[in-house]
Design a protein around this ligand. Structure first.
Ligand code: XMP
Length: 511
């Protein structure tokens, strides 16, 4: 275990991911955690992340010197580097030369940390303060114009640090620097693999569940599919999955869950056909928030009724949730060792229907979950599925939702998905909503006749996390093919438009 101490910037998660890419398991802890608690976790090494503050500013998070006296190898990055320098008696001050973005660093002495790394290094920096002199006993390895000491190490004490951000992709040799620290200075071994994660989780789930019965709601998305597959591997038929078919999925997606997924996993699946119920509840509703509320409410009603029925049959005690590590970190929760907590209102189930939670993906990042899915034999189309909103296609129809409109949208959406896959672009795009402007009509001409049909909006975006997004620059020939096919093959559509709005100001979905 490597602990990444979070000094309050966006970087800690990225650092933790890079450490795991080096096949060393890592977890994030807040900088407010007392050193004794960190040490109690028995970490092989500690990494101090970047952060937005000045080390000498009032209230800036400090590093307790006990951390460095404990003999645990430590690596400081940016703020963490400065905090380490300051705590150990080096000098940190404002240089007057702030470095943001791509910066040249000159390596004077590779030492162990920078061995085999180009002497002129292009890295990504973000700092206003700099280390002016290293603490006693440290070798200075590199400098930049704004950072007289840009990297140092003390091999006897197994401490090192860099001013730049080796975790970001723009930093040349970043992963190499991290691995030099992890393997060559801290003595970690890279043996954390997907196979180990599966084994470990299977064991944990068996211990938790014993011979009790477990329930899981499948949404068709990656997280619930992988979580359920993992639990199934551990306890087999003690798990029952529920899939609520609300009629708002894209073409083929229900079949993917009901057939491909079941074939790949052997999971016992209870399919609830609730299309009429959902479409009835949505009838005539045009307000986006109203649509969301209705779908959420109907989902809970349906799931609750099914859960009650199953509970009466076989007395269910646990519910599987596909919670991921970023949610855990962002909600301030530690990961601890237990992946079970009391169930407060999760999914909005009523008080008399409470289950304990099993969250087998609680320590994993999305890309790790995908790898796990592949290792568990899930279909690739499912593992690499783009994010899809809970309210489904109901919020991709601007206007009231009906079966007929859903079918139009499904036909157009399927063409888009097929063409994007054929062009090999699936993994270059974060998400590709296709939207039907059901209340808009425009005049067109097709063959010899005038048409008066609906527009389809293409909304392909690139993104890292859906918080911000940019419109995807798709090749014109792919767009042309999509446009031609949709207007030729989907009767009611006579116009295809492309949404070129970033987020912000636009959101990814139209509603
Ligand atoms: P927006 O449209 O807000 O979407 O830019 C950001 C991301 O969230 C997805 N999304 C939802 N996911 N339930 C969900 O599970 C929802 O109600 C919902 N609304 C939007 C959207 O697809 C995008 O990935």
């Amino acid at each position: 275990l490597v602990l990444v101490v979070d000094f309050g910037a966006q970087y800690a998660q990225l650092i933790a991911r890079r450490v795991r890419e080096a096949k060393v398991y890592s977890e994030i802890v807040p900088s407010s955690m007392p050193v004794e608690q960190m040490l109690a976790r028995n970490p092989k090494a500690i990494i101090l992340s970047g952060g937005p503050q000045s080390v000498y500013a009032e209230g800036a998070p400090r590093v307790d010197s006990a951390l460095f006296e404990a003999g645990v190898p430590a690596f400081g990055i940016c703020y963490g580097f400065q905090a380490m320098a300051q705590t150990l008696g080096g000098e940190v001050r404002r240089t007057g030369l702030r470095e943001f973005g791509r910066t040249g660093v000159t390596v004077s002495n590779g030492g162990t940390l920078l061995s085999g790394i180009p002497l002129d290094l292009n890295v990504w920096m973000s700092h206003g303060d700099a280390v002016h002199s290293a603490p006693a006993g440290f070798d200075v390895l590199a400098a930049s114009e704004g950072a007289p000491v840009a990297a140092f190490e003390n091999l006897d004490r197994r401490l090192a640090g860099v001013q730049w951000h080796p975790e970001v992709l723009h930093s040349q040799a970043g992963q190499q620097v991290l691995e030099h620290f992890l393997y060559d200075i801290a003595g970690c071994t890279g043996d954390w693999t997907t196979a180990n994660v599966v084994d470990e989780q299977v064991e944990l789930i068996r211990q938790q569940v014993g011979d009790k019965q477990v329930l899981c709601a499948l949404s068709g998305g990656v997280d619930s599919a992988v979580a359920a597959a993992l639990v199934h591997k551990a306890i087999g038929d003690q798990l029952t999955c529920v899939y609520v078919d609300h009629g708002l999925q894209r073409a083929g997606e229900s079949e993917q869950v009901e057939k491909d997924y079941v074939a790949a996993t052997g999971i016992r699946l209870e399919v609830v056909d609730a299309e009429d119920q959902f479409l009835g509840a949505l009838d005539g509703v045009t307000d986006p928030e109203q649509k969301r509320k209705i779908v959420g409410r109907e989902f809970i009603r349906t799931f609750e009724a099914t859960a009650r029925k199953l509970d009466a049959e076989r007395h269910i005690e646990f519910l599987v949730q596909g919670t991921l590590y970023p949610d855990v970190v962002e909600s301030g929760g530690g990961t601890g060792t237990a992946n079970i907590k009391s169930h407060h209102n999760v999914g909005g189930l009523p008080d008399d229907l409470q289950f304990a939670l099993i969250e087998p993906l609680r320590t994993l990042f999305k890309d790790e979950v995908r790898e796990l899915g592949l290792a568990l034999g899930l279909p690739e189309a499912m593992v690499y599925r783009h994010p899809f909103p809970g309210p489904g296609l109901s919020i991709r129809i601007v206007g009231a939702v009906s079966k007929e409109r859903l079918d139009i949208l499904r036909a157009a959406d399927l063409i888009v998905r097929n063409e994007i896959t054929a062009a090999g672009l699936d993994r270059d795009i974060w998400q590709f909503p296709v939207v039907l402007l059901a209340d808009v009509r425009s005049v067109g001409v097709q063959g010899d006749g005038r048409t008066y049909g609906h527009p389809i909006v293409l909304r392909p975006v690139t993104s890292e996390d859906a918080m911000t997004a940019d419109w995807a620059r798709l090749p014109y020939d792919v767009l042309e093919k999509i446009s031609t096919r949709i207007t030729n093959e989907v009767d009611e559509v006579n116009r295809v438009t492309l949404d070129i709005t970033s987020k912000p100001p636009g959101t990814i979905e139209w509603e």
